[in-house]
Ligand binder design. Structure first.
Ligand code: SF4
Length: 364
């Protein structure tokens, strides 16, 4: 049974300078058309409470209260009190009214796009919130009864220094939150940064920023449980489903779904989507693809891969299937193999792409 459901809400109030996601500026007519197709997509999947439900975007909190309520109502039967029900939000679109609505319909986790606390960096990114908005949103959510809070931070920004990044990290750990996800800035061709010809941050500085985060967050009790995810005690159960390579539904424009040995990417074209032509691209996954992807996702976790799970899924041991790659990386001290686990060392995590190259199908 598939136990995770992702829904993509492709609307934002403003468009950030670095963004290349599937999103458009919010407009009530577009939202109405989008919701009609989304409701059909929801109805087409078997109704049972999911273990995890994730409303991502875009900015789900940008929807008007009535639109959000209609979306929440359509999800009844797909979650129960044990479901981790996450909604992404921007700090300046969280109001007391929306937070209460979220609680009434079962949302129990919020992932907030904070990015940085530095006013100049926020302006550069074209983010519309301030550091004060972030603190207000966190306290509004706690008051409404949502205590499982995560924030996203971004590093490697143009003009960002190691000092300003450390200040952002120290501000983050002073907040009443339980989870932090890090992203390094990629200059995407179709983003405003890409069009303006902005350059990628220097690789050494970017690496120094990452290790600074591991140090500062670790000292403050945020353990790194995945290469870019840190928590005091509440890992993202939804993201763990991806890293454990479980199947999941993905609904909404641009969403990815993995079911029945196929990866289905929904169309990113909102007009097509509104006409019910939801499928963009389908990739059939071979056994080799799935075995590699299982390793690729699992090695992101600091606890690594449960080798018995690999065997129960593929009916062979990963130690046999990938004997050469494992031997080679253990010898280089990039991987550690114990009775039932294969995990990266710190060095292996830092060089994960190189490690994975040796696991690729057909790599001699
Ligand atoms: S980064 Fe997030 S909030 Fe900003 S435009 Fe993209 S999807 Fe919207």
């Amino acid at each position: 049974m598939i136990e995770s459901l992702y829904l993509h809400v492709p609307f934002c109030e403003d468009i950030c300078a670095y963004c290349d996601f599937t999103r458009v500026k919010i407009h009530p007519i577009l939202v109405e058309k989008y919701l009609l197709t989304l409701f059909d997509e929801i109805k087409a999947i078997p109704k049972h409470p999911m273990k995890t439900l994730y409303l991502g975007g875009g900015t789900p909190s940008a929807l008007a209260t009535e639109e959000l309520e209609a979306l929440f109502s359509s999800l009844e039967g797909y979650h129960d009190p044990s479901t981790e029900f996450t909604m992404e939000a921007n700090p300046d679109s969280i109001t007391g009214e929306k937070a209460e609505l979220m609680v009434r319909y079962g949302v129990n986790r919020v992932s907030m796009g904070v990015q940085t606390f530095d006013a100049d960096e926020l302006a550069l990114l074209n983010r519309t919130h301030t550091a004060q908005d972030i603190e207000n949103a966190i306290s509004t959510l706690h008051q409404a009864g949502i205590h499982n809070l995560s924030i996203d931070l971004i590093y490697g920004l143009p003009r960002q220094t190691l000092e300003s990044w450390e200040a952002t990290l120290r501000h983050a750990v002073s907040l009443d939150i339980s989870h932090i996800s890090l992203y390094s800035l990629t200059i995407e061709e179709h983003s405003e940064f890409g069009r303006k010809g902005m350059k990628q941050c220097d690789g050494d500085l970017e690496a120094a920023m990452y290790f600074k985060a591991v140090q500062v967050l670790g000292e403050q009790g945020f353990d790194r449980y995945e290469i870019s995810s840190f928590t005091k005690d509440k890992p993202s159960r939804h993201n763990l489903a991806y890293w454990h390579y479980d199947e999941f539904y993905g609904l909404g424009p641009g969403a990815t779904q993995m079911t029945d040995h196929r990866r289905i990417v929904k169309t990113t074209n909102l007009d097509r989507y509104a006409k019910g032509k939801t499928v963009g691209e389908i990739t059939e996954l071979s056994v080799d693809d799935e075995q590699f992807e299982f390793i690729m996702m699992g090695l992101r976790l600091t606890e690594g891969i449960d080798l018995d799970r690999f065997e129960s899924r593929f009916h062979l041991r990963a130690e046999e299937r990938f004997a050469q790659a494992i031997l080679e990386n253990v010898a280089k001290k990039r991987l550690v193999l114990t009775t039932n686990r294969l995990a990266c060392t710190d060095e292996g995590l830092a060089m994960l792409n190189d490690v994975l190259l040796s696991f690729l199908p057909d790599t001699p």
